[in-house]
Design a protein around this ligand. Structure first.
Ligand SMILES: Cc1cc2nc3c(=O)[nH]c(=O)nc-3n(C[C@H](O)[C@H](O)[C@H](O)COP(=O)(O)O)c2cc1C
Length: 188
């Protein structure tokens, strides 16, 4: 660029680097920070593979325009992703339908009853049905139940459900999934 602009030109960077660098957007929704940790690990794993990655909380996420692949994830309340994440997918569905996209879900069922993975996978079925956005894969990860991060009513619900207490995030599982999904997303 000869106009004195120092704005990053990723297309130019990609061309210069031989075209192998993918731009990946990781968008996440969290109530307690649990899913932020999972999203950051996903982003770091893509970056290690050579991708240019933005990991963005959904409140700050704009359009996926300009990215080569997208990963969207959320924590869960009562078998559903957090509303702002669903809304972001809906608002950007037209573009996301034309892009490689993966979902991931962080929740307690994957910690206490991983044999119910099919139930957890189905948490995002309504989003797929309503938006037509079809993920290449859905990462299913154990989340956390740290009572101090919840409101009193939330704590009571989890107590009644006899949910185990602790941080059950398994970062090795997150890395393994990310390495596997990178190929499906065309990320390099
Ligand atoms: C009120 C409430 C409802 C929940 N419902 C579910 C549920 O239906 N299924 C599940 O697997 N986990 C459920 N969880 C567990 C959360 O998904 C888990 O704590 C997760 O780590 C939250 O991630 P986040 O804080 O990043 O959103 C629930 C937690 C609370 C407080």
């Amino acid at each position: 660029m000869m106009d004195g602009s120092f704005e990053t030109n990723w297309d130019l960077a990609r061309t210069t680097m031989g075209g192998g660098m993918s731009r990946v957007l990781v968008v996440y929704g969290t109530k307690t920070g649990c899913t932020a940790g999972v999203a950051e690990q996903i982003g770091a794993t893509f970056a290690e593979a050579g991708a240019i990655v933005d990991v963005v909380p959904v409140a700050d996420a704009s359009s996926p325009d300009g990215y080569d692949a997208v990963v969207v994830g959320s924590g869960v309340r009562v078998a559903q992703w957090h509303a702002p994440v669903k809304e972001w997918v809906t608002a950007n569905a037209a573009m996301l339908k034309g892009m490689p996209i993966a979902f991931f879900t962080a929740c307690l069922t994957m910690a206490s009853e991983p044999e119910k993975a099919d139930e957890v996978r189905a948490y995002t079925d309504p989003i797929v049905e309503e938006t037509g956005v079809q993920p290449v894969d859905i990462g299913l990860f154990a989340g956390m139940n740290e009572p101090k991060t919840f409101s009193l009513p939330e704590r009571l619900i989890l107590k009644v459900m006899k949910a185990p207490e602790g941080d059950f995030r398994d970062y090795e599982a997150v890395v393994e999934w990310t390495r596997g999904v990178a190929g499906k997303l065309g990320v390099s």
